[in-house]
Structure formats: structure tokens, C-alpha cells
Write a protein that binds this ligand. Structure first.
Ligand code: KIV
Length: 527
């Protein structure tokens, strides 16, 4: 027995069911990149990558995935949904080099009679014929029983008879979809336990849908009942309300059921981002595990409890997923939230000054301002009137954005007392500004962090004369951090965020120099 026979497997169907999300269509290259991330980074056991006979582009995508997977011995993990169509799906999958067909049979008598217009016996015969063709052409066959949840509820005898008829053809792997997402965990557990008891030689997968928001809970119940594999998608993509979220499934199987699964959870966030990017579907900030805010404690009382004994920590530590815990700054922040943020950016303040800064944070929060941890030094500087964070000031700039021509920028900066000018050209006004800025800072021996994300928001209501808020994420050897800028003009909002970044970078570099000098002096006096 291999370890894959003993442990529950995960089938990710982002590239098949996920592509049935309204408005989502992956290009062949995007599919290949997602397939690589799923199999290599996350180490998902099986992936379903397409529906057969969809298009030539889809054929090319499957072929490219298989070409990449074969030398690595991963091609047996790449599966394709096929139809009962007299072998045409089988041919299509063989042309792409695929090895596994997930053949779509009808799991409810209603679908069989109403959609196909066949008797159960005729349908079983047709499926058997396609199984034979697939086998002759060297494909491994798994069988989906579409609409199984309703079929089992309405007439379980139909389901049993179909499985018996198909098992006679030597198929032992059935995939049971809750096609319309109507099941509850109790019903999944009871139905799947019954199927497993009745057909002890068969393996059963459970395929959920999230119409009632129960997809993850249903997967949980399927795992408890002894499913051989459970299906899910990255970011809960899928037909209608989607499938079960891969990230949620992983943590529940691992933490709540103590099941052994092979997924490398440290990459869940990265792969979620990749899929957001390629699908164009952003996830909510509060999506469990992968949402932006899910490791952020907002209430001051939570920060206080964590300070006194990690009272608000659970097994879901952000570090498991390559993230870190954040304490939000806003009108609900308390002394402990401020202390946690000060500790993170390495600033010490007297009690009195902490009180003043907190008062200002609450005022800003009250006026609906978003405050990031990286805004904190500027708030401190403003409240305490310190010059600690004003190393660089933009004196003047002229930015031109052009269509069909390169955009240009001329800038004049005061950098630690020195007036400097530079010009730059680039792909858009902000890019041109950055090129000019990079030139100036280079003359001062500084380098700028990489820009990794850029978000622009206007207040709801769609006014074109409204202020724009630009939040930029940067990355350097300290990790990632965000800065914000606000201006009526989007480019100047971005420039505002960039100037904040520059001031922080200079501050950190000066602090590093001071720390090194102090350490050297301490070492010399000890010697
Ligand atoms: C196409 C089938 C397998 C499906 O996704 C479902 O029934 O939910």
C-alpha cells in the first residue's frame, strides 16, 4: 500500500471548475503557471485542468501542462473532465497527451431521463462503452456522478445500480458532486458513509459547491466519513457560488481533523495572489487564511490580551503562511495596539508622547482615514513636531503623461538639506517620476525598494473631482511595507506615497548607521 492509499488526497479544480466562474478565462500560459504553482509549490495531489473539447487553446494548454509535468513524473496527477460522447473526449485528451479522464456520468435519475432522454440502463451502457474506449486508448478512468447529491436524496437505488453497473467495467473510483451545493454536513456524512459501506472496494471523492456557504463544512464532513479525496479550488472559484477554498480545506483537515495531507501551506498566499491576478477576481480582505486582513487585530483589547499572554493567538499563526500579525491603527486602537506597532518599527516613546500619538490616531480614525503601520512615524513626527522623518522634500516637479510617446518628469528635491534636480522618462508619468527619483537617490548612495503592488481608490460615489488615495506596497531586505498618498490627481497621490517611502528608507538607513556606530563604540569600550 502506498501512502497515497492511506491518506486523504486533495484534487484542485481551479483550472476546470474554477474557470466556470463567470468572467474567468485563463490563457494557456496562465494555466501552465497555475498548474506549476499547484503541483510544485503547494504539492497538491491531483489537479483537474480542463474540460475536453472546449477549444484549440484549451487543447494547447493541456498539452503544455502535460509536457511540463511528464519529465517530472507528475503527468499522472493531471486530469481532464470528459463527456460520454462516443470517445470524442477520449481522443481529445489523448491528443493533448493526457493520461486521466474524469468521465461525466449522470448521478441522478432526473438528469438521466430529462437531460439525456435515456433510461438508466441505456445510460449505463453508453458510459460503459466510453470506459472501454478510454481503456483501449490507455487512459485511466474516474467517474463523476453529476447531480449525485439530488440523485441520492431522490432515489438512492438509481445511484447504487449505476455504480454496480459501472464497477463491473472495472472502474473503482467515483467522484460524488454536490452539483448544486444543496447538501449539509450531516447529509454529506450520512450519504458518503452509506456509499463507502455499500461499496467497500470503491474509492469515493467528494466535490462540493458553495451555494449555501457550506462547501468547506461539507468537505470536512466528507473527510470525516472517509472520502478518498476532496475537491477544492484556489480562492473558492467555481460555477455560481464556487467550490470549497483550498486554503480553508487545508487548514481544517490539518488542524481540526489532524489528517495527514501533503500540501505546503506556506505558499497558499502566493498562489492565491497568482490566481487573483490571472482570474481578475479579487478575494475579500477577510477571506480566511489568504485575505489581506485576516491576521490583523483591530480592537485594542485584543492587542492588550496578546501583550499580556498571547491570549488572542490560535493554531492559525500567520507565520505558517509566510505572513505576520498586524495590529490595526484607527479609532478602536488602544495603548497596546500602539505599543505593538512602535515595537515593530523600533521606536520608543515616553508614556506622555504615546498618549498624544494615540489621541491623534483615534482622531484620524474617526474621520475615516486608513492608517497603516508605516504612517505611524509621520503621525509621530507631526504630533511631536520632530524632524526625524523629514529627510526628503519634493520642492517642485513637472510630470507629463503622454499617449504614444514617452512620458517625462523633471523633479527638484531637498534631500537632507541639499537641493538636487533630475529628469526621467518612462512608461507613464509615475514611472518617469520614479526614474528621475532613482537617479537622485543614487547620487546619495541610496537604493529604492521594489514596488510590488499599487492600489488606487476614490471615495464611493464615483466623483471624478474627488481625492484619490494611492497605497503602494514596497519590498526590500526588511520585507514588505505600505505607504499612502492622497491627492486630487492620481499621479501626485502616488508621488506622495513614494515620498513617504523615501523618508522611511532614509530614516531606517540612518538608524542602521547609528546602531552600528553604537555597537562599535560599545565593543571598543569593552575591549
Ligand atoms: C461538471 C461536474 C463534475 C461538476 O462540477 C459538478 O457536478 O459539480
Amino acid at each position: 500500500m502506498t501512502s497515497d492509499d492511506q491518506r486523504i488526497l486533495i484534487l484542485d479544480t481551479t483550472l476546470r471548475d474554477g474557470e466556470q466562474t463567470q468572467g474567468v478565462s485563463f490563457s494557456p500560459d496562465e494555466k501552465v503557471n497555475i498548474a506549476k504553482a499547484l503541483l510544485e509549490l503547494l504539492r497538491v495531489d491531483r489537479i483537474e485542468v480542463a474540460s475536453a473539447r472546449v477549444s484549440e487553446g484549451e487543447l494547447a494548454a493541456v498539452a503544455q501542462i502535460i509536457d511540463w509535468a511528464r519529465p517530472k513524473g507528475l503527468d499522472g496527477r493531471v486530469e481532464v473532465l470528459g463527456f460520454v460522447d462516443g470517445g470524442r473526449s477520449v481522443d481529445w485528451i489523448r491528443r493533448a497527451g493526457g493520461q486521466v479522464i474524469n468521465l461525466l456520468a449522470k448521478g441522478s435519475e432526473k438528469h438521466c431521463r430529462t437531460q439525456l432522454g435515456k433510461t438508466p440502463e441505456q445510460h449505463a451502457e453508453d458510459v460503459r462503452a466510453d470506459i472501454t474506449i478510454a481503456r483501449e486508448r490507455g487512459l485511466a478512468v474516474n467517474l463523476y456522478l453529476e447531480d449525485w447529491s439530488n440523485g441520492y436524496a431522490d432515489n438512492p437505488a438509481y445511484v447504487y445500480a449505476l455504480i454496480e453497473a459501472l464497477a463491473e467495467s472495472g472502474v473503482g473510483h467515483f467522484m460524488l458532486p454536490d452539483t448544486l451545493g444543496v447538501m449539509t454536513p450531516e447529509r454529506v456524512f450520512a450519504a458518503l458513509s452509506d456509499m463507502i459501506r455499500r461499496f467497500p472496494d470503491c474509492r469515493f471523492d467528494f466535490h462540493p459547491h458553495n451555494d449555501y456557504g457550506l462547501a468547506t463544512a461539507n468537505v470536512f464532513a466528507a473527510a470525516q466519513a472517509g472520502a478518498a479525496a476532496v475537491h477544492c479550488t484556489v480562492n473558492c472559484l467555481g460555477e455560481r457560488a464556487g467550490n470549497a477554498s483550498l486554503a480553508e480545506v487545508v487548514v481544517n483537515l490539518r488542524d481540526q481533523l489532524s489528517l495527514e495531507i501533503g500540501i505546503d501551506e506556506s505558499h497558499l498566499g502566493r498562489v492565491s495572489e497568482l490566481v487573483q491576478y490571472f482570474s481578475g477576481k479579487r478575494i475579500g480582505d477577510n477571506a480566511p487564511i489568504v485575505g489581506d486582513d485576516v491576521f490583523t487585530q483591530t480592537a485594542g483589547i485584543h492587542a492588550d490580551g496578546d501583550n499580556k499572554g498571547s491570549l488572542y493567538h490560535t493554531k492559525l499563526s500567520p507565520e505558517r503562511f509566510g505572513r505576520r500579525r498586524v495590529y490595526a491603527l484607527g479609532k478602536l486602537a488602544g495603548k497596546a495596539s500602539l505599543a505593538k506597532n512602535l515595537e515593530r518599527i523600533g521606536i520608543t516613546l515616553s508614556e506622555e508622547n504615546q498618549r498624544k500619538v494615540l489621541k491623534r490616531i483615534v482622531e484620524l480614525g474617526d474621520s475615516k482615514k486608513t492608517i497603516t503601520a508605516e504612517d505611524l512615524p509621520f503621525i509621530i513626527a507631526e504630533v511631536l513636531e520632530s524632524k526625524d522623518y523629514s529627510h526628503a522634500e519634493l520642492i517642485a516637479c513637472n510630470v507629463s503623461s503622454s499617449y504614444g510617446l514617452e512620458s517625462t518628469a523633471s523633479i527638484k528635491l531637498c534631500l537632507r538639506g541639499e537641493h538636487l534636480t533630475a529628469t526621467g522618462s518612462g512608461n507613464g508619468g509615475f514611472d518617469a517620476f520614479n526614474k528621475a527619483l532613482a537617479r537622485v537617490v543614487k547620487t546619495q548612495g541610496l537604493s529604492l525598494p521594489a514596488l510590488v503592488d499599487y492600489e488606487v481608490r476614490i471615495p464611493k460615489g464615483g466623483r471624478t473631482d474627488a481625492l484619490t488615495e494611492c497605497t503602494i506596497s514596497w519590498a526590500d531586505d526588511r520585507g514588505t511595507f505600505k505607504t499612502r498618498g492622497v491627492h486630487a490627481n492620481q499621479v501626485f497621490a502616488a508621488i506622495g506615497a513614494t515620498m513617504r517611502m523615501l523618508n522611511l528608507v532614509i530614516h531606517w538607513s540612518l538608524k542602521r548607521q547609528r546602531d552600528l556606530a553604537d555597537a562599535k563604540a560599545a565593543a571598543e569600550s569593552a575591549a
